[in-house]
Design a binder for this molecule. Structure first.
Ligand code: ZN
Ligand code: ZN
Length: 621
């Protein structure tokens, strides 16, 4: 040890540890004083910095006033604090500065604010976003006041700082002031634009970069995923591989999220085998992304296999597994897994309860769901969200207990939101209760007057009960309010390529084959006694087009394409953006039987696993 102390200045980081006792610090301090090392401002700064960065802040600050303070020493402290575990302390040290700050001081302050903002956005309860945002502004203002705002390091630091705060406007303004921004600065700008949802401007900036590093690629990739442009995300990933950019965990997590959004199972499985073949460590984040991809592609067995193989699981892992089971209609399994989670001592969060309540709902486990809802307050001291109330109404409504659903709404301590009325409306449709449906619709449109799905549901209720007057009333209501229906779109992945079909669209290059297939399908189904259910589409198309238009619902196009292209015995997987209509549901059930094919369809809310003429949703969706 004596030999190591001969040159303490260079050995400081290893000498001063977070767990070093005070006596050890004094020993090192004494040695530095005796050897004359502390007379050198740079060694002094190093010592202060290593004290500060190893959490010996009070000791570090004690050292400041005793020295004829040079800015170098103070800046060393600022830098260490900014990089350390408590970046907020840099501001306290800044206020105690006995000298005028220089541009370095501001570079470190900007860095401290950036770290604080990053900490705030990762949901540590320390500072609120607003407070950090104000702080960032005041740091920048102080730099202006002291005449250092035009320094390149301060400028590009400010871009990163505002990016971390999430203030896109300020990022743009700060960026505009830089004459020739460096790659770090452009990447920060790119990240801010991506995070703020302006992926198109981000892309322009990205394409103009002379050289993109992996940070820029990843920022672009997450940007696409965040706004749900999964197709472009996967396209970018292809380019990224062609460019030979190193693929790390962050990239793979983004790609898996894109696969989950699109239901692109083949690509998702490719990522999984990439991870395995390279012997990559499956961290809790990567494992959770894999599990989520499998459950959102409707392959619950693989999702649970990943889940069981994980050595570390956090609340996101458990919640993702629970909601995967619920979405795929495996309510009992969902509840079982929740009990297992509780036995491990893992504390559920609000999203976990949403998943479990949905699981209870799909399985018709009313009492279990009620017990789970009550346990939120009694056992877990968690206040239910509006979404949980919506789940409860769905739970009662789906089980046909409409009175209980209404009583539950009446006893709510908070004003019911659109989700609650939407659940009641859906329950009224399932159980054919037009009066209750009308009431729910009235409440719903008071909150959200242009809810297209709600109008469609009510129209379906009327159509079910042959109330054509009601149907045309809803149609007129939609016209007068300017409610627009989102066009239906279904996607299917064949050989790693995702094909999208829009309702009634004939633009696919193989449309001729699809048309022939559709005719063949209809013929076979008619022989089995199938007739088109035209009720649900009545209100948005003319009578005579009913049968024709129904046969062109996007999921049918995708289904026909799947039957043409995917070999026998392969599961056909379709992802639809809207709720599946009753006709397409009946149709797909029949196809699964007549063509002896397993078909998995993900609609806006859940999965339908069609097999041997039946669906996992038990016809309640
Ligand atoms: Zn349909
Ligand atoms: Zn179904």
């Amino acid at each position: 040890m004596a030999a190591r102390l001969r040159d303490p200045a260079t050995l400081l980081p290893s000498l001063v540890g977070a767990s070093s006792p005070h006596s050890r610090l004094r020993e090192i301090h004494g040695h530095l004083l005796v050897s004359g090392r502390l007379a050198s401002p740079s060694h002094h700064a190093d010592f202060v910095a290593s004290l500060a960065s190893s959490s010996h802040l009070s000791y570090a600050r004690l050292l400041l006033p005793r020295r004829p303070a040079t800015l170098l020493v103070h800046n060393g402290l600022l830098r260490a604090l900014a990089r350390g575990p408590c970046p907020g302390l840099a501001f306290a040290a800044f206020r105690e500065l006995p000298l005028a700050p220089d541009h370095y001081s501001f570079t470190f302050l900007v860095r401290a604010a950036t770290s604080l903002a990053a900490a705030a956005s990762s949901a540590t309860p320390v500072p609120t976003d607003v407070a950090v945002s104000l702080l960032a502004g005041s740091v920048h203002a102080a730099a202006f006041r002291h005449g250092h705002a035009a320094d390149l390091h301060v400028q590009s630091g400010a871009v990163s700082m505002y990016a971390a705060v999430g203030d896109v406007g300020a990022v743009r303004a700060a960026f505009a002031e830089i004459m020739s921004p460096d790659v770090v600065c452009v990447t920060a700008m790119l990240g801010a634009l991506s995070a703020g949802g302006d992926v198109d401007t981000a892309r322009e900036l990205f394409d103009r970069m002379p050289q993109q590093d992996h940070v820029a690629w990843n920022a672009m990739l997450t940007g696409y995923v965040r706004v749900g442009r999964a197709r472009e995300a996967l396209g970018l990933f292809d380019e990224m591989q062609k460019a030979g950019v190193s693929v790390g965990e962050a990239t793979l997590v983004s790609v898996l999220t894109a696969c989950a959004q699109m239901g692109a199972l083949e690509r998702g499985m490719w990522v999984h085998s990439y991870v395995c073949s390279r012997g990559m460590r499956v961290s809790v984040t990567l494992g959770t992304a894999l599990l989520d991809m499998y459950s959102k592609c409707g392959v619950v067995t693989m999702a649970m296999e990943v889940f069981e193989s994980m050595t570390e699981r956090n609340i996101y892992t458990w919640t993702s597994a629970l909601s995967g089971l619920a979405m795929n209609g495996m309510g009992e399994e969902c509840l079982e897994l929740f009990k297992r989670m509780e036995s491990t001592g893992m504390e559920p969060n609000g999203v976990t309860f949403v998943a479990v309540l949905r699981g209870c709902s799909v399985a018709g486990l009313v009492e279990e769901g009620r017990a789970c809802f009550d346990s939120m307050k009694d056992k877990h001291k968690a206040e239910p969200w509006l979404e949980h109330y919506g789940c409860m109404v769905d739970l009662y409504g789906r089980a046909g207990r409409l009175d209980d659903a209404v009583n539950f709404i009446n006893s709510m301590p908070v004003e019911p939101h659109e989700g609650v009325w939407g659940a009641l409306l859906n329950a009224s449709r399932i159980h054919n209760n037009a009066d209750l449906g009308k009431h729910a619709m009235y409440k719903l449109t008071k909150i959200e007057s242009k809810n297209d799905a709600a109008h469609v549901l009510l129209s379906n209720i009327y159509a079910e009960s042959h109330n054509w007057k009601g149907v045309s009333k809803v149609r007129n209501m939609m016209k007068s309010k300017g409610v627009k229906k989102v066009p239906g779109c279904s996607a299917i992945e064949v050989d790693g390529k995702v094909h999208e079909f829009f309702v009634g669209s004939k633009s696919h290059p193989r449309y001729k084959d699809i048309e022939t297939m559709l005719a063949g399908m209809s013929h076979k189904l008619r022989l089995q006694g199938y007739t088109a259910n035209t009720k649900e589409v009545l209100f948005d198309i003319e009578e005579e087009e009913k049968e024709g238009a129904i046969s062109l619902h996007s999921e049918k196009l995708a289904l026909a394409f799947g039957l043409i292209t995917l070999p026998e015995g392969t599961v056909i997987r379709i992802v639809k953006n809207l709720r599946v209509c009753k006709d397409c549901h009946d149709y797909t059930k029949m196809i699964s039987k007549v063509f002896d094919r397993e078909i998995v369809m993900r609609d806006r809310n859940r999965f339908h696993h069609f097999k041997h003429g039946a669906c996992s949703c038990r016809d309640y969706w």
